[in-house]
Design a protein around this ligand. Structure first.
Ligand code: NDP
Length: 288
């Protein structure tokens, strides 16, 4: 048996087309969604991510402003910029590309962004709303993961779901989103003693660790949906996920590739969150 490949690129394009339609409706009401992206320092991966975000904005008619700041930027300077963007009515979404170079204090910056402009969904208010199951801006990668699961056509309700990784940006939000969809969810991490016993129970397995080949086919339940969030660059330059694709594909029912799975969905959900931020700021009636 060979698993169905869940095509993240195709799904991301569908989401982007929906967003484009929303942007056109807003334009008819005289509103151009604005996304401010703040990039501090010269981390090569961050530069690529920011360029891709800029490109997607251009495709969809979202106005993007990228603030490229030197690594020497002080905490105070960065906070002043966030305050200015918070107050700017043309900026509906603010994204600070992480990680920030030391000694900048990331948490204080994330917390300073107005919750209704927090398109990354990392502000404690938005994470609190997620925990309480209330509407709010959801973190992009976890939201994209849920769309990929939906695309596999496997219902979360009543299923055994296992999330490997418990970071604030991926593992924990995915746990809450799966729980909200009525999955029975287990979260594993570096202190989980017998990972294979747990992962083999999973009807839906989400892996977000950052270790190439951590999960292979022997750790996957036959027929499971496998979502591979990991991005690992091998010494050869090849980018792979956390799941050994070839062995897992033999056992799983559906699986996301790396690249071309979760990555494109993350950007698509950022675009969606930017429009959602506009609606939060102007009221839902504008989009109708
Ligand atoms: P973190 O480093 O913040 O978290 C990794 C998690 O994995 C931790 O909870 C850690 O446990 C757990 N872990 C480490 N080793 C093991 C192990 N041997 N067994 C089980 N669990 C383990 O990473 P992120 O959540 O930020 O990212 C995870 C991966 O996803 C990375 O490769 C990252 O690049 C990728 N990513 C991809 C995105 C995309 O858009 N495609 C977006 C975001 C991330 P503990 O808490 O105990 O330390």
């Amino acid at each position: 048996m060979s698993a169905k490949i869940i095509d993240g690129k195709a799904l991301a394009n569908e989401v982007k087309q929906q967003v484009k339609g929303e942007v056109e409706k807003l334009a008819a009401a005289g509103i151009v969604p604005g996304l401010a992206v703040v990039l501090v320092g010269d981390d090569p991966a961050s530069q690529i991510y920011v360029r891709n975000k800029e490109k997607s904005c251009q495709e969809l008619g979202i106005k993007s402003e990228v603030y490229r700041l030197p690594a020497t930027t002080t905490q105070e300077e960065l906070e002043t910029l966030i305050d200015r963007l918070n107050a700017d009515p043309h900026v509906h979404g603010i994204l600070v590309q992480l990680p920030l170079p030391a000694p900048l204090r990331e948490k204080e910056i994330t917390d300073r962004i107005k919750p209704e402009k927090d398109v990354d969904g990392f502000h404690p208010v938005n994470l609190g709303r997620l925990l309480r199951g209330e509407p709010g801006i959801r973190p992009c990668t976890p939201a994209g993961i849920m769309e990929l699961i939906k695309a596999s056509r496997v219902e979360v309700k009543g299923r055994e779901c296992v999330v490997v990784g418990r970071s604030n940006i991926v593992g924990k939000p995915v746990f809450h989103l799966l729980l909200q969809e009525h999955g029975t969810v287990t979260v594993c991490h570096s202190r989980t003693p017998d990972l294979v016993t747990v992962t083999r129970r999973a009807d839906i397995l989400v892996v977000a660790v950052g270790k190439a080949g951590l999960i292979d086919g022997t750790m996957v339940k036959p027929g499971a949906v496998v979502i591979d969030v990991g991005v690992n660059r091998l010494p050869s330059g090849k980018v792979v996920g956390d799941v050994d694709f070839s062995s897992a594909q033999e056992v799983a029912g559906a699986i996301t590739p790396v690249p071309g799975g979760v990555g494109p969905m993350t950007i698509a959900m950022l675009m969606k969150n930017t429009v959602e931020a506009v609606l939060l700021q102007y009221g839902e009636k504008l989009a109708k």
